[in-house]
Ligand binder design. Structure first.
Ligand code: SF4
Ligand code: ZN
Ligand code: ZN
Length: 312
């Protein structure tokens, strides 16, 4: 076993391979340069395969300052797309503080405009406090359930205010395989039909299309790319994620993967084949939320429904 760039903590076994260019391999059979080039090409191929973005699009990158969104922002910018970034501060202690600091520094370094959106300014509370107040009303929801709904709501609203034509998310292949399994285990075909490389199944004037250019990049590849580039990124997990269903599925998939290394790719490719069938007969329509006017498939959008659960 041979690891070339241990000083950067990238422990990828290469078995002493040499890259086609003659340089020492750092990831399987690729040197640093060819590994990075391959990831960037795969992102561009994904964008092309699903017609995700054009050079006319004004793209808002959902930028947490974590590894996935940092890699996404960097690659889209490098590929010549028109990007700006939106960071949402949910006030999850040091985790949010460090991520926001990193996002601010890195977007400045890239010369990309960054909008700061605050849970406290938008909803009056931090995520943790919101969860406590919702629980007091008898609704014991996980932090990720609340955070996910409110983040999507804020991103859509602010991306639209910035005149963005697309929102790009840093979801990687692992995230997508987890989302597919989560919806399968919950027996939720409507929700399953909504996920995919381009999110959403219906169009509405206030809804900004969501895309996932890292769809075929694994989490490990994101980490390796980010460490090679020495991006300012905190690699620890969000402290609120450990009680989530996603965390449970992630652990389950990880154990399964040790025996079946292609499991995540197979889950995602199978899902892509089945998605047209899942979408058939789906009559869901997006209208405007009766309270805030944002896009919603119900009379009240999920964000307003959550805020109504808050016990004041
Ligand atoms: S892991 Fe969950 S709580 Fe933490 S930032 Fe992500 S969605 Fe929010
Ligand atoms: Zn090479
Ligand atoms: Zn609403």
């Amino acid at each position: 076993m041979h690891c070339v760039i241990e000083q950067q903590n990238i422990l990828v076994p290469t078995n002493g391979n040499t890259c086609r260019c003659g340089a020492e391999a750092v990831v399987n059979t690729l040197c640093i340069n060819h590994f990075c080039e391959q990831i960037e090409q795969r992102v561009q191929e994904t964008i092309t395969r699903f017609s995700m973005l054009s050079t006319d699009d004004k793209i808002a990158v959902a930028y947490s300052g974590g590894k996935d969104s940092t890699v996404l922002l960097y690659i889209l910018h490098k590929l010549g797309y028109k990007v700006e970034a939106i960071t949402l501060n949910a006030y999850i202690g040091c985790y949010s503080k460090e991520n926001v600091q990193n996002a601010t520094a890195f977007s400045k370094q890239l010369g990309v405009h960054l909008s700061h959106i605050s849970f406290r300014e938008e909803f009056g509370y931090s995520l943790c406090y919101l969860r406590t107040l919702i629980k007091q009303g008898g609704n014991d929801l996980t932090s990720c359930t609340i955070c996910g709904v409110l983040r999507r709501y804020l991103l859509n609203k602010h991306a639209r205010n910035l005149d963005s034509t697309k929102i790009a998310f840093g979801h990687n292949l692992d995230d997508e395989a987890q989302s597919i399994l989560m919806n399968l285990l919950k027996g939720n075909p409507e929700q399953l039909a909504r996920i995919g490389p381009i999110t959403g199944i219906t169009k509405q004037e206030k809804f900004v299309q969501r895309v996932k250019p890292l769809y075929f990049v694994t989490e490990q590849e994101v980490i390796t790319y980010s460490k090679i580039k020495q991006f300012p990124v905190h690699y620890g997990a969000c402290p609120c994620s450990v009680d989530s269903f996603r965390y449970f599925i992630k652990t389950l998939l990880k154990n399964y993967e040790d025996k079946f290394p292609q499991a995540k790719q197979n889950i995602v490719e199978l899902f892509l084949k089945l998605k047209p069938l899942l979408m058939k007969g789906n009559t869901e329509k997006l209208t405007a939320c009766g309270k805030c006017g944002e896009p919603s498939s119900h009379g009240l959008c999920r964000a307003c429904a959550l805020i109504e659960m808050v016990v004041k």
